[in-house]
Write a protein that binds this ligand. Structure first.
Ligand code: BG6
Length: 480
């Protein structure tokens, strides 16, 4: 039985709160998953009353939630949970007002969701403590990125740790809330079929691609300081890599799963010195056409420096220094304004050791996260008729169809419910975040030391040519 609690959202008028968190909470409310008397208090600097905030929230939820799932009566019930307080999270004095606003609800359990820039995390935690609002019954949720380097992440983690013990800290990476990502664990650890061949000797290489058609939208000022390495590789792509590469945990609980992931992050071979040039590709989109529309170059986007050399694309060849993966490259790539939206993991098996037939291709397991959720295994089969002509065929598992799902859960729904139920299995532990930065920092440093400027690629393309050469020089190719 879930304990009663309230949720306080710092950054309550921001994109994340309005586009992701509120619609997810609305769905959970609609499905009767929220604790009965849970209140959601949004906090931000904008001078709004609670009713004006409810109207703002309704506008956004109507736009985000499918029409069949939005009905005025359910909305009314949800809106009654919503409240708003205008406050400046960087001012300690405002936390007294917050405590006063909470009144008798001060005695209840609370979840603080920090949907703000990471430079506010430390202040918020400290001021909550001073105001007596960080008791044992409170939890804190931090959005990625945690810091912008190992040093800043360690500082944030230390300040948060001084107020909230680790079991009450939920570092969210919404990729871990995606159904197919969890299915990857089911595929690996609930089926005997793959595990014996899930290793060097049978697998040639692994590809993890997260390609987007979107640009930086309204997030130019954040993105221009972050870039694709900090925004995507440090968290989402490395998390996917961990799930592909980790050993089977002893149990499916928070500590066991995260222990295995940390081992992988610690086994990543550092990319330093000249390797940075050979094993990584940086790109930045120039003007082009995406989905039939002209789009400007990155450096003309709102709030982006005109001479910015921030990367909007990264491809990197990763090696894992352990027995299972010795000699098996993992190719990661992510980029904005590419030709199409697609997130997928490709496990490329080795060819059969002795060729009996012409045209035989090596097996490939494709785990598609987006746009559709699908797992498919490419096998070779004989084309009907005379002779022994072979062609690849797909053994396809369409997950939404297989389970006759009416509606696909958004990652935030799953993860918010986990926070409410205090289950941190799908959240990043402090040492995970730091191990990821420890591997990422030298690459970023190398780019600056060797003046490795991002290569331009036209918006709407598949990224810089060099990203293709990274694989082609080894006789491999990206799965397109
Ligand atoms: C976010 C990044 O974490 O993930 C964004 O900050 C990116 O830049 C987004 O667009 C991608 O998420 P999804 O779920 O749309 O693949």
């Amino acid at each position: 039985m879930t304990k009663p609690c309230d949720m306080l959202v710092f950054g309550g008028t921001g994109d994340l709160a309005l586009h992701k968190l509120l619609p997810a909470l609305y769905h959970l409310h609609r499905e009767g998953r929220l604790p009965a008397d849970m209140r959601i208090l949004a906090l931000a600097r904008r001078n709004l009353g609670a009713d004006a905030y409810r109207a703002l929230a309704e506008r956004h939820c109507r736009a985000q939630v499918a029409r069949v799932d939005f009905d005025p009566q359910t909305w009314q019930g949800f809106a009654e949970r919503l409240d708003y307080l205008a406050m400046d999270a960087s001012q300690s004095a405002d936390y007294g007002r917050l405590a006063k606003h909470l009144g008798s609800r001060c005695q209840r359990g609370r979840i603080y969701y920090l949907a703000t820039a990471p430079d506010l995390f430390e202040d918020i935690a400290a001021y909550l403590k001073t105001a007596g609002l960080a008791g044992d019954d409170t939890r804190i949720v931090l959005e990625k990125p945690i810091g912008h380097s190992l040093e800043s992440a360690q500082a944030i983690n230390a300040s948060i740790g001084a107020v909230f013990d680790e079991s009450r800290v939920f570092r969210i990476d919404h990729y871990l809330g995606k159904e197919t990502v969890q299915n990857l664990m089911a595929l690996r650890f609930a089926n005997a079929l793959f595990e014996p061949i899930w290793r060097a000797g049978h697998i040639d290489h692994v590809q993890i691609s997260v390609c987007e058609t979107l640009g930086v939208e309204n997030r130019g000022s954040y993105y221009d300081r972050a870039g694709a390495m900090r925004d995507m590789i440090q968290n989402h792509l490395l998390q996917l890599l961990c799930l592909v590469a980790m050993e089977a945990p002893v149990r499916f609980d928070a500590e066991s799963v995260r222990n295995e992931k940390v081992k992988i992050l610690e086994a990543l071979k550092p990319i330093t010195g000249l390797d940075v040039k050979d094993k990584t590709v940086r790109g930045q989109y120039s003007a082009g056409k995406v989905g039939g529309h002209d789009v400007p170059a990155y450096y003309f986007e709102k709030s982006v420096d005109n001479d910015s050399d921030t990367e909007t694309f990264v491809a990197v060849q990763v090696e894992i220094d352990n027995w299972r993966w010795s000699g098996v490259p993992f190719f990661l790539r992510t980029g904005k304004r590419l030709d199409r939206k697609r997130s997928e993991i490709v496990i490329q098996f080795k060819p059969v050791p002795h060729l009996l037939f012409n045209g035989c291709e090596a097996n490939r397991l494709l785990i598609r996260l987006q746009p559709e959720e699908r797992i498919s295994l490419q096998l070779m089969a004989k084309v009907p008729g005379k002779g022994m002509r072979l062609d690849p065929v797909e053994l396809d598992l369409d997950l939404a169809h297989a389970f006759r799902q009416k509606r696909r859960w958004d990652a935030y729904e799953r993860l918010l419910l986990d926070v409410i139920e205090a289950d941190s299995t799908l959240f990043m532990r402090r040492d995970e975040v730091e191990a990821a930065w420890r591997w990422v920092d030298p690459i970023i440093e190398g780019w600056h030391r060797h003046y490795q400027k991002p290569r331009p690629y036209p918006a709407g393309s598949t990224g810089p040519e060099l990203a293709h050469s990274l694989l082609e020089l080894q006789g491999r190719a990206w799965h397109e």
